[in-house]
Design a protein around this ligand. Structure first.
Ligand code: PGA
Length: 255
């Protein structure tokens, strides 16, 4: 199965002209590596311009609100869909921290995204680095976000394990989780999904890793940690580096 590589541009770049240039450069950098599923998630204002340029990559958004209505500053799942968005990042730790998002809000967002036929990329992960066992908070975040959802929707769900301490560590691969700890988190997430929805449904959910992914460490996360893909922040702002990441993902999938 193709590996999934999602570019999370966060609040970058600073204007539409630069967003256009980054999208174009990224398309060129990934063009040759067809054996990977690629998504680009720019900030809301750049969705139309980036969406109009993409041929190889799919369009994603970094957040969502539920429905249309009296929700100043929010963007609905249907509005995103109308712009060609197929994937929606939900519950990113930066939204939990800076925008005070709770598990209950994240649950409603995941449900809204699934109800509209889009693919949620649900981010979960512990804040502090801990040795040994996968922290219980990872299971709590997962179960709260998914409680009561229809089983038949879950084939579209993507769970991103992003230990918060491993995000944006500028130092590159040294700050990422180890492939071994990511593998343990994967198994833990799989088990939690099985207990919530049964083995058959759990099998369809893709589990990806995020946190200081680079061209150097990506192969280990895909091969050793058995992740179905990666969520890439800072390295996605450099089209060349992002192209190398997609190349690795395409190569791992072929093996
Ligand atoms: P990073 O960000 O690759 O810059 O660590 C990943 C993320 O926050 O999704």
């Amino acid at each position: 199965m193709k590996k999934l590589v999602i570019a999370n541009w966060k609040a970058h770049p600073e204007n539409a002209a630069k967003a256009r240039a980054l999208a174009q450069d990224t398309e060129v950098a990934i063009a040759a590596y067809k054996n990977a599923e690629v998504v680009i998630a720019p900030p809301f204002p750049f969705l139309p311009v980036v969406g109009s340029l993409l041929t190889r990559a799919r369009l994603g958004s970094q957040d969502v609100w539920g429905a249309e209505g009296p929700y100043t500053g929010m963007v609905s799942a249907r509005q995103l869909k109308s712009l060609g968005v197929g994937y929606v990042i939900v519950g990113h730790s930066e939204r939990r921290i800076h925008a005070g998002e709770t598990d209950e809000m994240i649950h409603r967002k995941v449900a809204a995204v699934l109800r509209r036929g889009l693919k949620p990329v649900l981010c979960i992960g512990e804040r502090e680095r801990q040795g040994g066992e996968v922290p219980v908070i990872v299971g709590v975040q997962l179960s709260s976000a998914l409680k009561g959802l229809k089983k038949e929707w879950l084939g579209r769900l993507i769970v991103a394990y992003e230990p918060v301490w491993a995000i944006s560590t500028a130092a590159g691969s040294t700050g990422a989780a180890t492939p071994d700890s990511a593998f343990r988190a994967r198994i833990y997430i799989e088990k939690t999904l099985v207990s919530l929805f049964g083995a058959r449904t759990a099998r369809d959910v893709r589990i990806i890793y995020g946190g200081s992914v680079t061209p150097v460490n990506i192969a280990a996360f895909l091969a050793e940690s058995r992740m179905n893909g990666v969520l890439v922040g800072s390295a996605s702002l450099d089209a060349k580096k992002f192209g190398q990441i997609v190349r690795s993902a395409a190569e791992v999938a072929r093996r």
